[in-house]
Design a protein around this ligand. Sequence first.
Ligand SMILES: NC(=O)c1ccc[n+]([C@@H]2O[C@H](COP(=O)([O-])OP(=O)(O)OC[C@H]3O[C@@H](n4cnc5c(N)ncnc54)[C@H](O)[C@@H]3O)[C@@H](O)[C@H]2O)c1
Length: 254
Amino acid sequence: MNIKDLTAVVTGGASGLGYASAAALTQAGAKVVLLDVGQLRVDRAAAKIGCLGFECDVRDDQRVAEIVAQVGEELGCVRINVNCAGVAGGMLLVDKNGPVDIDSYRRVIEINLIGTVSLMTRCAAQMMQADALNDDGERGVVINTSSIAAFEGMIGQGAYAASKGAIASLCLPVAREFAARGVRVMAIAPGLFETPIMDQIPEKVVDSMLAKTHFPTRMGRPEEFADAVLAICRNPMFNGTTVRLDGAVRLEAR
Ligand SMILES: NC(=O)c1ccc[n+]([C@@H]2O[C@H](COP(=O)([O-])OP(=O)(O)OC[C@H]3O[C@@H](n4cnc5c(N)ncnc54)[C@H](O)[C@@H]3O)[C@@H](O)[C@H]2O)c1
């Protein structure tokens, strides 16, 4: 699809991969709305990029529904939805004090998985009501953020890997479900990217992951994730799969 003038909703847009995606989509001529928590962070990021921003916790399905409806009315039907809102949520499932506090586990699943599903279903439903954009009958695209932890999670990623594994595994069935209505569904599984989420991961774990990254031997840059987002938007053959963006790193247990 031609990105110019299309409406795009990007979650986690105040920081890291979401911010870079919102900026790149704006640069490519899309009408971008970023969502994130913290009014000040949202306002600052939106002003810096030159796009719109809404304070929104992706766990609040009602608020998500209201924002997506408002965006559709004011900017035109959402055509691109990039979901980057997420937390690292490292935890052992049984530590020296006993089993994990189940609410901590639930929080990771609710933000990383349910929040993504809330956005993608609201945005996709709107895309399906719109006219086709081209002869293929394309109406829109959803790009979710998985992680390489979906495939080889490390110790301490029992919650995070489950949430990201779900993002990877829902991609094909949902792409199949939405296909007849012209909506594509993709996921990107980043390896190690230089963003603030890395502050939540112990330094020695980051060092160990970097040591196993083959080429390039550095962290990914948020702009490189954003480039992948643009490529997926533009190329309609990207559908129903999770693309690893990881410099050939394969995680080990720790
Ligand atoms: N950076 C990496 O190496 C890496 C690797 C694999 C996957 N990811 C995934 O990429 C996505 C983006 O992460 P990032 O690296 O840019 O980190 P980041 O911390 O810079 O960005 C995540 C954003 O999500 C927002 N967020 C968290 N909870 C939210 C909620 N309930 N509602 C709305 N927004 C919320 C945060 O405020 C933040 O702005 C995440 O889903 C993360 O799991 C990142």
